[in-house]
Design a protein around this ligand. Structure first.
Ligand SMILES: Cc1ncc(COP(=O)(O)O)c(C=O)c1O
Length: 362
C-alpha cells in the first residue's frame, strides 16, 4: 500500500479523542491564514472557470517577474512546487543526483521516477546539520544535478551565499545543474541576503524553486514555480506535462497574493517573535533545538518515544522526522503559529513529558 510521507495529513486525523478538529503543527503554513484579498480574487475568478486556464500564466508571470525583479521568461509555473519538481525530473532526466540528508522527500521521489541514482550528502548533528564546504568534494564529474533546500526542510538551517556560489561554480566545472529550493525563503529574516535569484542570468545551470503555498497559506490551491534562464529547459518543462496544470483559480490567487505587502510584513514580525518563543520553551522542556531560520522548528526530544501519538490524542499534529534519511526516532518538526496556539501546544507537550518522566522514574 502507498504510504503518504508528509505532514499536513488532517484527513487521517479528522477528529481527536475530544471530538475536535486537530490543530496542525505538522505542515509549515503561514499562521495568518489565506489573505482576504486572495480569497476575494478566487471568488471573483470562479466565473472564468468556464474557460481553460492560460497555459502560459501570462498575467501571473508579468506580476511575479516584477515582484521578484527577474525577467519574465525565467519563470515556469506549476500545480505547486512539488509538481514543478516532477516536471524538472522528467525534463532533465539526470542519471546521478546529489541530495542533502535529511531533506524534503519529494526530490528523491521525483528523481526515482526517472531512474536517477541518488547520492547523499549526510548533514551532521555535531555541525548542527549545516551544509559545509565538504559538499564540494561530493560533486564529481558523474554528478548531473545537485539539490540544496535553502533553508533546508526539516532542519531549518540556511546555507550562505558564499558557499552556494562555490557549489554553483563546482557544478559549472563538472557540467551539473544546481537546483536551490527557496520555498521557505520568504520566512527568513533578510531573505535577500540568502536568495540566489540575482545570479540566474549569469548561471544558466541554476534553477530556483519557489511556491505560493507556505508564504500565503494556500496549500489547497496549488501554485508553485521555478526560475531558470535556460530557454531550452523552459521549453522542455512545457513539453513534459499538460498545458493546464495551473488552474484559473490558482492564477488569480497568485496575482492577488503578490499585492499583500502588509500581510507579509505582519508575517515577518509574527514569525520572528514566535520562533524565539518556541525555541526558548522547547529548550526549557529539555529538547535540543537546531537552526530554525524559517517558520518551523526542528528539535530532538528523547522522551516520550510516542510523542506524536500522544500529542495527536490531545488534538495536535506534529511531524515525526523518523522517516527522513539520516534521522531516526526522537527528531521532530513543528510549525511556528500564533502565540495562543504555540502556548497551548507547549502546555500540552509539557504535560505529556511530565507524565513520561514520572512513569520512567517508577
Ligand atoms: C522544501 C519544500 N519544497 C517544496 C514543497 C512542495 O510545495 P508545494 O505544496 O507548493 O507543492 C514542500 C512541501 O512541503 C517543501 O517542504
Amino acid at each position: 500500500m502507498y504510504k503518504y510521507q508528509h505532514g499536513g495529513d488532517v484527513y487521517s486525523s479528522q477528529v481527536t479523542a475530544g471530538g475536535k478538529a486537530p490543530i496542525d503543527f505538522s505542515a509549515n503554513i503561514n499562521p495568518l491564514g489565506l489573505p482576504p484579498g486572495v480569497k476575494r480574487a478566487v471568488q471573483n475568478a470562479l466565473k472564468n472557470c468556464i474557460n481553460y486556464p492560460d497555459p502560459f500564466c501570462r498575467e501571473l508571470r508579468t506580476a511575479t517577474a516584477a515582484y521578484l525583479g527577474v525577467k519574465e521568461d525565467c519563470l515556469f509555473f506549476g500545480n505547486g512546487a512539488a509538481d514543478v519538481l516532477f516536471r524538472l525530473a522528467l525534463a532533465l532526466k539526470p542519471h546521478k543526483a546529489l541530495l542533502l540528508a535529511p531533506t524534503f522527500a519529494d526530490y528523491e521521489k521525483a528523481l526515482r521516477s526517472v531512474d536517477c541514482k541518488i547520492n547523499y550528502y549526510e548533514l551532521q548533528e555535531r555541525y548542527d546539520f549545516k551544509v559545509r564546504k565538504s559538499i564540494l568534494s561530493a560533486i564529481t564529474p558523474n554528478t548531473d544535478l545537485v539539490v540544496i533546500c535553502n533553508p533546508n526542510n526539516p532542519t531549518g538551517q540556511l546555507t550562505n551565499r558564499r558557499l552556494l556560489l562555490e557549489i554553483l561554480n563546482k557544478c559549472v566545472e563538472v557540467n551539473a545543474r544546481l537546483l536551490i529550493d527557496e520555498c521557505f525563503m520568504d520566512f527568513v529574516d533578510e531573505e535577500k541576503s540568502f536568495s540566489m535569484r540575482d545570479l540566474l542570468l549569469r548561471f544558466p545551470n541554476l534553477i530556483i524553486l519557489k511556491a505560493f503555498t507556505k508564504t500565503f497559506a494556500m496549500p489547497g490551491i496549488r501554485l508553485g514555480y521555478c526560475l531558470t534562464a535556460d530557454a531550452e529547459l523552459q521549453r522542455l518543462l512545457h513539453e513534459c506535462g499538460q498545458d493546464w496544470s495551473v488552474s484559473v483559480l490558482a492564477q488569480a490567487a497568485g496575482k492577488a497574493a503578490l499585492m499583500e505587502k502588509e500581510y507579509l510584513h505582519e508575517t515577518a514580525l509574527l514569525i520572528r517573535e514566535e520562533r524565539q518563543y518556541l525555541l526558548r520553551q522547547l529548550q526549557l522542556l529539555g529538547a535540543v533545538v537546531y537552526g530554525s531560520e524559517a517558520n518551523y522548528i526542528f528539535f530532538k526530544l528523547d522522551q516520550p518515544k510516542e510523542l506524536v501519538a500522544l500529542m495527536r490524542e490531545q488534538g495536535y499534529l506534529i511531524r515525526s522526522c523518523a522517516n527522513y534519511h539520516n534521522l531516526g526516532e526522537g527528531y521532530y518538526r513543528i510549525a511556528v503559529k500564533t502565540r495562543v496556539l504555540n502556548r497551548s501546544l507547549i502546555k500540552t507537550m509539557k504535560g505529556i513529558r511530565k507524565n513520561a518522566l514520572l512513569t520512567d522514574d517508577n
